[in-house]
Design a protein around this ligand. Structure first.
Ligand SMILES: CC(C)(COP(=O)(O)OP(=O)(O)OC[C@H]1O[C@@H](n2cnc3c(N)ncnc32)[C@H](O)[C@@H]1OP(=O)(O)O)[C@@H](O)C(=O)NCCC(=O)NCCS
Length: 374
């Protein structure tokens, strides 16, 4: 192929993919100064102007001429906004890589550009499958891939490499017969105002209070799955797994925060939302910082979560049909939260709740149906 004459222009109504020109060298150089670019991609660091020059005047034209790399400039709002490329393709399978300039992020530019190149890979290059790879933690990239229909995500420990260092990697793919649309739910935890508290997404600054709450003797007693002693890395792991639960649709956790200070006073979660046999249910779980106990905070927080859980997805809720809640025999405070919120006690599972000493307590099961609340 000839460069730039044979580079096809791909466009939806909003973004246009075209051949790079020398005028893109400066914006590429500028984009590559961004710390996110340096953290999540394999570009040289420090990134010099000559790197941009070489990429645009040597690597990209050679990629088109020889085959093996097909890179487009993304134009949005009349300007260069990023670069997207397809690579390899031997045997009908190749990879996609992309970056958007910081000033153009969050406007859906990359999702549009990704759909355009994936269609091109299937329809023109006749690939059967496109692979997306990102270092673990690159949530913006993962969300773009999810929105454009990539699926079957796996973690490959040490699968990625940048500047000689190995990183864990996410890999997902999309096949030629797949719709370029999201598979499954990626939840967001909405902010909900309560009386004297608010439910909000967790933040990294909550870690210290999580350690306090989860080190508490009563929390440790009733939640025997918690690490003991519970330390800062445990809280950081918990915070990281909140993102994962949202992204896989498995669950939604809210920080219960003081309305005045925004300090963390507890946690309430919906989980098991991708249950193998019932994808319309959720289990509710919770814990409270010891300072916040005895004021009815958890009963009120669970009431708000029930509303969110039963609200249809199209109205910003979670579309649940049935909620369940479990409390070990003897945990009267937890059972009270269920009962005051209208849950029905439906089962006593014998010897079902492990204790730290190796013995098992009976477990009370409660449920609440959306149908009985209308
Ligand atoms: C990844 C990147 C290309 C995304 O470009 P973009 O044009 O902003 O992408 P979009 O606007 O189409 O979508 C980004 C989505 O990620 C979401 N997002 C951003 N940061 C996020 C985070 N920390 N957690 C969860 N979602 C996040 C945005 O909200 C948006 O989703 P929404 O529109 O549904 O709300 C851009 O951030 C970038 O260039 N990053 C640096 C380079 C890079 O990481 N390249 C990919 C290497 S694999």
């Amino acid at each position: 192929m000839r460069f730039p004459e044979d580079v096809p222009v791909l466009s939806d109504d909003v973004v246009t993919l075209r051949a790079h020109t020398p005028a893109d060298i400066d914006p590429v150089f500028e984009m590559c100064q961004d710390p996110e670019m340096q953290r999540w991609t394999t570009i040289p660091v420090p990134y010099l102007r000559e790197h941009a020059e070489n990429f645009l005047t040597e690597q990209i034209p050679n990629g088109w001429r020889d085959g093996g790399m097909w890179a487009w400039a993304i134009e949005y709002d009349g300007r260069y906004a990023g670069t997207v490329d397809l690579r390899d393709g031997d045997g009908g399978v190749g990879e996609v890589g992309f970056a958007v300039a910081p000033s153009a992020r969050g406007a859906g530019v990359m999702t549009r550009a990704l759909r355009l190149v994936v269609r091109h890979a299937f329809d023109v290059l006749e690939w059967d499958r496109v692979i997306w790879r990102a270092f673990v933690g690159n949530w913006a990239s993962r969300r773009v891939a999810w929105k454009a229909g990539f699926r079957g995500l796996v973690v490959v420990p040490g699968g990625g490499k940048a500047r000689g260092v190995r990183y864990d990697e996410w890999v997902a793919t999309v096949g030629r017969d797949d719709a370029l649309e999201p598979v499954g739910n990626w939840w967001k935890a909405p902010v909900v105002e309560g009386n004297g508290f608010r439910l909000r997404p967790f933040e990294p600054s909550d870690a210290k209070r999580i350690v306090e709450a989860c080190s508490d003797e009563r929390t440790q007693y009733w939640l025997p799955g918690l690490p003991s002693p519970y330390q800062l890395p445990d809280a950081e792991g918990f915070l990281g797994s909140r993102h994962e639960n949202l992204a896989t649709g498995e669950g939604v956790s809210w920080a219960i925060a003081d309305a005045g200070t925004d300090e963390l006073i507890g946690c309430v979660s919906l989980f098991d939302m991708t249950n193998r046999i019932d994808k319309t249910m959720a289990e509710i779980g919770y814990w409270l910082h010891p300072e916040a106990r005895g004021r009815g905070v958890m009963s009120a927080a669970v009431r708000l979560v029930i509303e969110q859980a039963f609200k249809p997805v199209e109205d910003g809720g979670f579309g649940r049909r049935r909620l369940v809640l479990f409390a070990a025999d003897g945990n009267t405070a937890s059972a009270h939260v269920a009962e005051i919120n209208g849950f029905t006690h439906v089962v006593l599972e014998r010897s079902a709740s492990p204790r730290r000493d190796g013995s098992f307590a009976d477990l009370h099961g409660f449920d609440l149906l959306a149908a009985e609340r209308t």
